[in-house]
Write a protein that binds this ligand. Structure first.
Ligand code: CTP
Length: 396
């Protein structure tokens, strides 16, 4: 099969061919991911189209045809969203970056080569025509096909990482996902321009980190450590990656991966990250929770009551992660039995019952409920009337 057959056999693209031949749109190309993933023989997630003219009109026509939902961005790109995939459409464009890490200025072009030049890596800078006169013809100005063959990840041009430092995170993603070797010059540019990561907004950094947490997270964070990339976000932000491969098979949630990666990071980093932007909350909180946990003095004879006092401020998801990752056997057992007990224990009364018996709104409500929970864990309180009596007794 060649790319022309792949286009014709693709259930989405084949339906688009007729619309794409309308003169109003000029040349229309499928670009980037679809072609790259075809040659790497992996499932393509989204389809990106680059069009010479009238991208919005094309987007509207496709939206109607597929009954999708159209979203337009501030960069005049259009996304048509379906349940499980997306089509992104943009007019062919050139980009200029005034300052490293800032968003680009855009100028329209009618040359697909200009549009390919603005992209990140040679393997992504491929276009295949969707017009009937040259259907499936590949435009490959940077030898992307040869890099795909040789499994090399190479920047399109020497300022690619300086223009857009999020591409450094993307380099890590592609090199692991597609098992590519990062080209020598590209690697040199990565070292040279990683300092510009500081110029990125928290939203853009977190977006890239979230993607890297999805697949192969252990390999991604090992590589981020190898290139000392996280410390460009904040000094001493050094994720825990020792023996991290042993965690790859565990069914960890995104938050639990953050708990793992923030195992050995100094408390100060949590404060600094949060000051930089509250958007770093999950990472900053992960560091704080790990530091709290480290200060707990477990011993083999800790009572359930004390265990509850130690653990009551730690979220359940964190404790579940600790139960998985703890290597002191007796602590692991204590965590298991605590979590088991906790899942069975339900209070009969809640905050409004306390208000009914005369408590005033405020932190006291949570405090009393927690004291009742403590008594239930230690077995001193059992029934609903025990709970109410205890609350009444505390009011006196
Ligand atoms: N791109 C870029 N620089 C970025 C982000 C994207 O040059 N910081 C370009 C790439 O050429 C990419 C295209 O925009 O091919 C579309 O981006 P995206 O949808 O993120 O990537 P895909 O190639 O579709 O890959 P994936 O399957 O990983 O989403």
């Amino acid at each position: 099969m060649n790319i022309k057959d792949a286009i014709v056999k693709n259930s989405t693209l084949s339906r688009l061919l007729k619309i794409c031949n309308d003169e109003k749109f000029g040349s229309v190309y499928v670009v980037g991911g679809f072609i790259r993933d075809y040659f790497f023989d992996v499932q393509c997630k989204d389809i990106d189209l680059s069009v010479e003219k009238n991208s919005l009109l094309l987007a509207k026509k496709i939206t109607n045809m597929f009954n999708g939902k159209l979203e337009n961005s501030m960069f005049s790109t259009h996304s048509i969203c379906f349940k499980h995939f997306r089509i992104d459409i943009a007019n062919m464009r050139k980009e200029t970056y005034i300052r490293p890490g800032n968003l680009p200025k855009i100028k329209l072009t009618n040359d697909i080569r200009d549009d390919l030049f603005r992209r990140d890596f040679t393997i992504n800078s491929l276009a295949a025509s969707l017009n009937s006169k040259d259907l499936g013809e590949i435009i490959d100005p940077f030898d992307g096909l040869s890099d795909i063959n040789n499994q090399i990840l190479r920047n399109n041009h020497s300022l690619s990482f300086s223009d857009d430092p999020t591409r450094i995170f993307r380099a890590i993603k592609y090199s692991n996902k597609l098992r590519l070797k990062i080209d020598y010059e590209t690697e040199k540019q990565l070292y040279e321009y990683k300092k510009f990561i500081k110029n990125l907004s928290a939203t853009r950094i977190l977006n890239e980190l979230n993607i890297l947490l999805e697949d192969d997270f252990h390999l991604n964070f090992k590589k981020l450590s190898k290139y000392k990339i996280m410390t460009e976000i904040e000094n001493n932000f050094i994720p825990f990656t020792d023996k991290i491969s042993s965690y790859k098979k565990l069914p960890l949630s995104k938050l639990q991966k953050i708990y793992l990666l923030t195992k050995n990071i100094d408390k100060m980093v949590a404060e600094n990250l949060y000051t930089k932007s509250p958007e770093f909350f999950e990472w900053s909180n992960g560091i704080k929770l790990n530091n709290k946990y480290k200060n707990i003095h477990f011993n083999k004879y800790t009572s359930s009551r004390n265990l509850h006092l130690f653990l009551k401020d730690l979220p359940r998801e964190f404790l579940l992660f600790m139960e998985l990752s703890e290597n002191r056997d007796y602590v692991k057992k204590q965590l298991s039995s605590y979590l088991k007990k906790l899942s069975k224990i339900k209070l009969f009364i809640n905050g409004s019952d306390l208000l009914d018996i005369g408590y005033k709104k405020g932190p006291i409500i949570g405090n009393i409920l927690n004291q009742i929970l403590l008594k239930k864990i230690s077995g001193e309180i059992k029934t609903k009337s025990d709970e109410i009596n205890f609350a009444k007794m505390k009011m006196r």
